[in-house]
Design a protein around this ligand. Structure first.
Ligand code: G
Ligand code: MN
Length: 234
């Protein structure tokens, strides 16, 4: 099952998309976040494949028809490099979009957990083919996860998702300088920048002034079940 978190324009606050985040309703432990079980699934490639394919179908079904200011909201699905090398992924994505009558631009993928990538070359091929299909890719958790400058410059991506967590121990002034610099590099490479984990109003102001294009985080909305996000969007 998924919860959905809005991604908004950094200047206007207008919602421009939703990220689907995996959740697991555990009978004893309650609602588990992706961080609590995704690593386990990643260790077993067929499990990760099934989870992602099932999730893709659910996310397309649940977000189809959701509009904001007259525009169809696109949904971003997280995909691990552990399965991005599989050739049949592009056909599966294409079929899922057709099944839900979703046009190009209504789905994107976020590339997570780069450490699990066996080999970059097949991943580059898959991402290029997805882009041709109208499914752009974002590099996830830049700055805190495993994604690095190597991926930033070599993958066919359109968006950089910059995690604000590492800046928690920086001064505001240094954070602003660094985020500004990172945004400049990303823009020079033709990428849009999403600031992730924007929790406070001051952080939103800071990242907007530093040139980030989009914002995501609890300051806008935490991830919510589908029905609650629909109500929130209204
Ligand atoms: O929601 P939470 O903070 O637990 O998410 C932790 C991380 O797990 C995030 O980086 C997110 O992108 C990733 N994640 C969430 N859902 C999925 C999913 O369905 N598949 C994969 N591969 N990663 C996911
Ligand atoms: Mn993500």
């Amino acid at each position: 099952m998924f919860h959905y978190q809005p991604i908004a324009d950094a200047r206007t606050g207008a919602v421009v998309g939703l990220e689907a985040l995996a959740r697991w309703q555990h009978p004893e432990r309650g609602l588990l976040r992706a961080a609590d079980f995704i690593e386990l699934a990643e260790a077993h490639e067929p499990t990760m494949w099934d989870l992602t394919m099932h999730g893709l179908d659910r996310a397309l079904a649940e977000v189809a028809g959701l509009r904001q200011q007259g525009n169809q909201l696109p949904v971003a699905v997280n995909v691990s490099p552990a399965i991005l090398h599989r050739d049949e992924l592009v056909d599966e994505v294409s079929r899922a979009m057709a099944r839900h009558s979703r046009p190009a631009g209504s789905l994107s993928v976020e590339v997570t957990e780069w450490a699990h990538a066996a080999d970059a070359e097949p991943v580059v091929r898959t991402l290029s083919r997805l882009a041709e299909l109208g499914v752009p890719a974002a590099l996830d958790d830049f700055g805190s996860g495993y994604s690095s400058l190597a991926e930033l410059g070599s993958l066919p991506i359109e968006t950089l998702k910059l995690d604000l967590a590492p800046f928690a121990r920086w001064t505001a002034e240094n954070s602003k300088l660094a985020i500004h610099g990172i945004a400049e590099v990303a823009h020079a490479l033709g990428l849009a920048v999403v600031a992730e984990r924007v929790a406070e109003a001051e952080q939103w102001t800071l990242v907007a002034n530093a040139g980030c294009d989009l914002v995501q985080g609890d300051r806008i909305s935490p991830p919510l079940p589908r029905d609650e996000i629909v109500a929130w969007l209204d």
